[in-house]
Design a protein around this ligand. Sequence first.
Ligand SMILES: O=C(O)CCC(=O)C(=O)O
Ligand SMILES: [Fe+2]
Length: 197
Amino acid sequence: MSSIRMIPLNLDDCDITYYPNFIDLNKADGYFKHFRSTIPWQQDDIKIFGKVHPQPRLTALYGTGKKTYSYSNIIMQPNLFTGELLEIKDSIEAIAQVEFNACLLNLYRDGQDSNGWHSDDEKELGQNPIIGSISLGQERPFHLRHKKNKALRHKILLEHGSLLLMKGQTQHHWQHQVPKTSKRIGERINLTFRLLK
Ligand SMILES: O=C(O)CCC(=O)C(=O)O
Ligand SMILES: [Fe+2]
């Protein structure tokens, strides 16, 4: 049996743990190909500060039921979880000790696709949201910044097959982003498992 390596990020006011190689490489390669070709990826328009823009990445929502998820003025209707998503969900639940009922998927097609500074603090997620975030494909830096104490910042590289688990007060005190880069890079898929109340 292989043991799962865990790296706690020792930052104030948050509870974040990084698990590199959470999914073994062959399996992660297979999942990447599978999700790339079977998920109905869509590009939604979002409204930020009153202006409408196409979202700089493709997304999809999956879940156990009919609960919708809204953010940046869009309301997403879930597709039913697939076998592959349930398999990954089970493996995260085994260490996270929660049951997720939704997964927001992101496809970053190249370095121009990104996810701007935000907290996952939508009301559907409740008080202290727990989010299990799987990375597949191209590794991308993940930036964190404290909302009040501007001196508190952190960067971590999200590698192929990794899990980043965010819980406790993390979303209350911190924001995160996946910045754009002008480097020529490949595609990345991110799966964020969530519990919608
Ligand atoms: O792509 C990532 O690693 C982060 C995704 C994210 O922050 C989100 O979907 O809320
Ligand atoms: Fe997020």
